[in-house]
Design a protein around this ligand. Structure first.
Ligand code: GLN
Length: 592
């Protein structure tokens, strides 16, 4: 096993995670099998308890691990399936050491530092790419910035680790910042010099410097950095500004970063990035807009819905549409806002009405629930394509019960425990009295009740799909017959038939709610079928999705053979090359 460690200096937010995933893409393109580990030096044991509005979304893995959103970047870029052990936190390490009850004085060195090294070696061996046996290279990203107090035990452990695995098996890439002073327009190297000095003082020597700067570094600047940081000029790359993150692997390849890394690891290879390059070019040239109203708890941090945004992007690129997301703060759609802040109310309704599609993502807590219900009602009544995810599905069901069945107090017991018409209830997989662990987390199977529904077709006529979950509440199975009689169809259920997984309105162009989170398994070359369906749906026609069988079509954009030739609402000829109607499908989680 070879290791690539990515550290960060000067400031946070330099795009260390994307750089580390892009290095993975480059190494994978050289024919190597790549896995990844993210180290988060915070004290929490996992990201599950952290607010997505402070820290960004909680990414969910197949095994139910609730992890940092950077693991989502790794999975998407490398098309891997990671495990909870691929995310190390200070909390997890201390817990594991304390659980061992060593019976002696427990110290940071050696007990914590040994535990970190053992964890890295163990997690690196877990196959994550669907093949057997360990990967060739493990990319480790150390969160935070060099000098942070909380990352010290990790730095010490990694210093020992690099010495133990030896030269030729370990390559350190330090991501830093080269600011440009406006007045003189000069690229300043001093912050990077200081940060590398700090790194070396802690026992780690960088092999490669990756410097964020608006423009490519001047040769004299590289020379200076090389001299002061003891890194060869050819091992200094610039992460200059690019139109989107898909360019980063290409930018690294163009600057021959792979040569420096492979040399450091005693490996050889040449990256083949044709498909990646083609997809990036398509992305750059999109001009036909598709406007999505994203109705959620908007707090200014778009990272809180990162995977949903990525899944929308993957589907839009596949459909050759330029994605425009309009954030609609759900609570601004509510009557109370009309009185308190009429401008915000008007702006929110304006965004909703101008949108081509409506998406209500997952969420917790009752803020904005009424606004989300109004958005679902608007989409249902006006034939606007709608996708509701997790809470988004639950509110779509509540809205239908209220408007169509006339059950005005229909609600989720999450928001009104005393409601007379509980349409969404607490249905833990374990006993209700069991302390903790009541969240339904990770991959679960959904069976299609019949194959003539849109979602089954969008999953390539699969019999069942495996998707990731993160919720406590579910549609009350007792109200399902009444809802079905009124026209809602619960087309996907778990193996017991008691848990509703997918709901559809057959007489609507596209109205789908899912209890799971399809966004977590969407990949750039393998978009999620449900997101494709949303982007490709047409508002004018209500004849639903018509699909013509399954057929592998090579269009330079799909990663696998599970490509469906699809015509959605008779509109397909618009998506690809203006003529071909091949839509690359998400092979993940689809089993026929
Ligand atoms: N709050 C809802 C539940 O727990 C929905 C969760 C979600 O959207 N992820 O069931």
């Amino acid at each position: 096993m070879k290791y690539v460690l990515v550290t960060g200096g000067v400031v946070s937010g330099l795009g260390k995670g994307v750089t580390a995933s892009s290095i993975g893409v480059l190494l994978k393109a050289c024919g190597l099998r790549v896995t990844s580990i993210k180290i988060d030096p915070y004290l929490n044991t996992d990201a599950g308890t952290m607010s997505p509005f402070e820290h960004g979304e909680v990414f969910v893995l197949d095994d139910g691990g609730e992890v940092d959103l950077d693991l989502g970047n790794y999975e998407r870029f490398l098309d891997t399936t990671l495990t909870r052990d691929n995310n190390i936190t200070t909390g997890k390490i201390y817990q594991s050491v304390l659980d061992k009850e060593l019976g002696k004085t427990v110290q940071v060195v050696p007990h914590i530092t040994d535990a970190i090294q053992e964890w890295i070696e163990r997690a690196a061996m877990i196959p994550v790419d669907g093949q057997e046996g360990p990967a060739d290279v493990c990319v480790i990203e150390l969160g935070g910035t060099i000098g942070d107090i909380e990352s010290m035990p990790f730095i010490e452990a990694l210093g020992q680790f690099s010495y133990r695995v030896g030269a030729g098996n370990f390559c350190l890439i330090h991501v830093s910042l080269v600011p440009v002073l406006n007045v003189v327009g000069e690229q300043k190297t001093k912050p990077t010099q200081h940060s590398v000095r700090g790194l070396r003082g802690l026992g780690l020597t960088p092999n490669i410097l990756a410097c964020r700067s608006a423009k490519a570094l001047g040769e004299n600047v590289k020379g200076k950095l090389s001299q002061f940081c003891h890194v060869p000029v050819e091992n200094i790359v610039t992460l200059y500004d690019v139109p989107n993150i898909w360019h980063i692997p290409l930018l690294l390849r163009d600057q021959k970063a792979h040569e420096a890394i492979l040399k450091g690891l005693n490996l050889m290879g040449n990256p083949e990035l044709e498909e990646w390059t083609a997809r990036t070019k398509v992305y750059d040239q999109l001009c036909d807009p598709v406007r999505i109203a994203m109705v959620g708890k908007y707090t200014g941090l778009s990272d809180s819905y990162l995977s949903v945004l990525k899944a929308l992007l993957h589907a839009s690129v596949a459909c050759r549409r330029k994605l425009i997301v309009d954030w609609v703060p759900a609570s601004d759609l509510e009557d109370i806002t009309r009185k308190e802040s009429p401008e915000a109310y008007e702006a929110a309704w304006n965004s909703l009405k101008c949108a081509d599609r409506v998406l209500v993502p997952g969420g917790f807590g009752d803020r904005g629930v009424q606004g989300k219900i109004l958005a679902a009602k608007y989409a249902r009544e006006n034939n606007v394509p709608f996708l509701g995810i997790c809470l988004g599905m639950q509110i779509a069901v509540i809205e239908f019960a209220r408007s169509v069945l006339g059950l005005h107090d229909a609600n989720s017991t999450e928001f009104d425990p005393e409601t007379k018409n509980p349409c969404v209830i607490f249905m833990p997989e374990v006993s209700k009295t069991h302390m903790g662990g009541t969240m339904r987390l990770g991959s679960r199977r959904t069976y299609f009740m019949n194959t003539d529904c849109k979602s089954a077709k969008l999953y390539g006529n699969a019999r069942f799909v495996d998707e990731r979950h993160r919720h406590r509440y579910e549609v009350n199975p007792e109200v399902v017959p009444e809802l079905e009689k009124a026209g809602l169809r619960f087309v996907g259920r778990d193996e017991s038939g008691q848990r509703m997984e997918i709901v559809e309105l057959p007489d609507h162009p596209y109205f789908i709610g899912v209890q799971f989170h399809p966004e977590f398994k969407s990949r750039p070359g393998k978009p999620s079928g449900l997101f494709l369906g949303l982007i490709a749906a047409s508002r004018e026609q209500s004849d639903g999705v018509s699909c013509y069988g399954s057929k592998a079509i090579t269009n330079g954009m799909s990663n696998g053979p599970s490509v469906m030739k699809s015509c959605i609402n008779g509109n397909a000829s618009k998506f690809l090359n203006g003529s071909c109607n091949a839509i690359p499908m998400n092979g993940n989680g689809v089993h026929c």
